[in-house]
Every structure is written in structure tokens, then in C-alpha cells.
Design a protein around this ligand. Structure first.
Ligand code: NDP
Length: 316
């Protein structure tokens, strides 16, 4: 049987995001993605669809033309399971839901903790500060998961350079990846450079600007990447789509991108962007977009009497 592992750095450059596939669409979406060539699927228990995604894995791997080892599968630790003694159990639940023996990458979903018996915090007192629940302790439990073989790599999401540095200084395993929002409105130039210098893979989430994000995350004057003249003109002149311009830009700067699509045609379109090259001038056109905007702003963690502020969340 063909069997290979993906060394870090060989995480397939385009993966399928699975957030907002809560309506039972995840099984069909993951199956169509795998059959059209995706070899990287990004999951999380908080997306409330890991059983559906697991159904897709089970059906596809049983059918036999694609094997488990061919696919890079990521999932994440939710914020109510940061306590050291809860991490391995959370990973085992995810593995059971996904019908897998191991993950390729297990990530801390947010540098935010809350009480273990709640799913989403409703008030500031549900949240736990990073002094009460230090990230390095959670990271220690992630390192244990690595040793036990339940995952091949460990990483983080939404970590600033300062928080990554804390793990580099105090942990024993370097994070394999930091998954953060990243697109032409929020290019993460400094973090990208830091990650390149330290050998941490930057994974770009919401690479298309998360156009279907929930209502509570939409601001009145939010810009849209699909409405940017530079991007639209480049798409027309190259005979490709706006989505492909955005993804080709992401890949040409060494980031991995995980666009979500439940639509088989758009899935194929997004995957094909992996082999589209931008010339230096074309890259510059996108790179020079001056608008700055974060779509996943993290305000949902800022609550009265809670320990988190946007300043201490992003260290900005
Ligand atoms: P994306 O930027 O990937 O945008 C997804 C939306 O764009 C969907 O509505 C999709 O609709 C549409 N779309 C997809 N492809 C195209 C295309 N080629 N042309 C036009 N529209 C398109 O948003 P997400 O916020 O979902 O980010 C992607 C993934 O990143 C998530 O699914 C999740 O896995 C991860 N993520 C991680 C976070 C974290 O905290 N770690 C936070 C946010 C996201 P349709 O399905 O109909 O094609």
C-alpha cells in the first residue's frame, strides 16, 4: 500500500475549509473535494460538522482510490478544553468524530480560554485569563499528544508573533504552523516574515475575505475583495476568476490557503489556482492594494468583566 507522510513544509498549498458547513452539506462537500483532487482538509469541532466530515472520510477511504495517508487532515482544540488534563480527551473525541486514527496537524484554535463546561461564553465570567490558563501549559499537553502519536504535528491559530515567541522560548516543540486570517486586505507581512524566519508555516484562513461570514461579524462599511478593481481587472486580463487571483497571490507568497467551498465547481476552480503563476507585475498589483481590513476581528472574545481586549488578543 502506498504510504507517505507529509513533512512540515509539504502541507498541500490549497486545502478545503469546512467552517459554515453546518447544514449537513459537509459530507458531500468533502467527498467532492477529495475526488476532485484536494489532499488537505481543515476541520474543527466548533464547526459542528466533524461527524459529517468523518462520514466523508470513511466513505472515500473505504472506496479505496484515495488512502488516509494521502490526505493532510487538520483539526483544532476548542477553547473550553485548554486545561492540561482535557486536551488529549478533546483530540480523541475529534478523532472519533472524524473516524480517524491520527491527525496530520492539531492546533490550538484561539489563544483564548474559557470554562470547560460551556460551549460558547455568554459573559466575561465564563472566560479564563491566560494567567489562569497559561498557553504554555496547554502547549505542553499538545506536545504530549504528539508523543502519543495521535497527531503528527502540532500548531496554533490566531497567535501573534509575541505568543509564538513564548512557545518558541518555553516549549520543547516548535509550532508547525500558525493559521491566521490572511488576504490582500490583511496580508500579515510582519508575521509572515517572522514565520518564514522561524520555520513556521503560515496558513491563510478566510483567503477570499470570508464573504459568507455570520451577520454578527459583518460591519456596515466592510470592503469586499471580490469588488476590488485591481483584482477584477487582473482576473479578466488573465482569463481566470477573482477567487483564483486571490489564491494564486496567497500561494506565491509561500502561505498555504484553505478556501471554503461547498460548491463542486468552485472547489475545482480554487484548487486549480494552485498551478496559476502570477508575474512580478501581476503579484505587485494585488500586493499594492492599500485597504486594510480584518474580517474575523475577535470582538466576540471581548466581554464586560472578561480578561480579553482586542489589544491583548492580537498584541497590537
Ligand atoms: P473564505 O474566504 O474561504 O470564503 C468562503 C466563501 O466564499 C464561501 O461563502 C464560498 O461559498 C465562497 N467561495 C468559495 N470559493 C469561491 C470562488 N471561487 N468564487 C466566489 N466565491 C467563492 O472564508 P472562510 O472564513 O470560510 O475561511 C476558510 C476556512 O478557514 C474556513 O472554512 C475554516 O476552515 C478556516 N478558518 C479558520 C479560522 C480560525 O480561527 N482558525 C477562522 C476562520 C476560518 P460556496 O461554499 O458557496 O462556494
Amino acid at each position: 500500500m502506498k504510504s507517505f507522510q507529509f513533512p512540515v513544509g509539504q502541507m498541500p498549498a490549497i486545502g478545503l475549509g469546512t467552517w459554515l458547513m453546518e447544514d449537513g452539506s459537509a459530507t458531500a462537500a468533502v467527498k467532492s473535494a477529495l475526488y476532485s483532487g484536494y489532499r488537505h482538509i481543515d476541520c474543527a469541532p466548533i464547526y459542528m460538522n466533524e461527524k459529517d466530515v468523518g462520514q466523508a472520510f470513511s466513505e472515500v477511504f473505504q472506496e479505496g482510490s484515495i488512502s488516509r495517508e494521502d490526505v493532510w487532515i487538520t483539526s483544532k482544540l476548542w477553547c473550553n478544553r485548554h486545561r492540561r488534563d482535557l486536551v488529549e480527551g478533546a483530540l480523541k473525541e475529534t478523532l472519533a468524530d472524524l473516524q480517524l486514527e491520527y491527525l496530520d496537524l492539531y492546533m490550538i484554535h484561539w489563544p483564548v480560554a474559557f470554562k470547560h463546561d460551556i460551549h460558547r461564553p455568554e459573559s466575561g465570567t465564563d472566560l479564563l485569563s491566560l494567567e489562569e490558563m497559561p498557553l504554555i501549559d496547554t502547549w505542553g499537553a499538545m506536545e504530549e499528544c504528539l508523543k502519543s502519536g495521535l497527531c503528527k504535528n502540532i500548531g496554533v491559530c490566531n497567535f501573534s508573533q509575541k505568543k509564538l515567541q513564548l512557545l518558541l522560548d518555553q516549549g520543547t516543540v516548535k509550532p508547525a504552523a500558525d493559521q491566521v486570517e490572511c488576504h490582500p486586505f490583511f496580508p500579515q507581512d510582519d508575521l509572515r516574515e517572522f514565520c518564514q524566519n522561524t520555520g513556521i508555516q503560515l496558513v491563510a484562513y478566510s483567503p477570499l475575505g470570508s464573504p459568507a461570514r455570520p451577520e454578527r461579524m459583518i460591519g456596515e462599511n466592510d470592503p469586499s475583495l471580490f469588488e476590488q478593481d485591481q483584482v477584477k481587472q487582473l482576473a479578466t486580463s488573465k482569463g481566470i476568476t477573482v477567487g483564483q487571483v486571490l489564491l494564486a497571490w496567497a500561494i506565491s507568497r509561500g502561505t498555504v490557503a484553505i478556501p471554503k467551498s461547498a460548491n463542486p465547481e468552485r472547489q475545482k476552480e480554487n484548487l486549480a489556482a494552485g498551478s496559476i503563476e502570477l508575474s512580478a507585475d501581476e503579484f505587485k498589483l494585488v500586493d499594492e492594494i492599500a485597504i486594510r481590513h480584518r474580517f474575523v476581528h475577535g470582538e466576540f472574545w471581548v466581554m464586560e468583566d472578561g480578561p480579553y481586549t482586542l489589544a491583548n488578543l492580537w498584541d497590537e
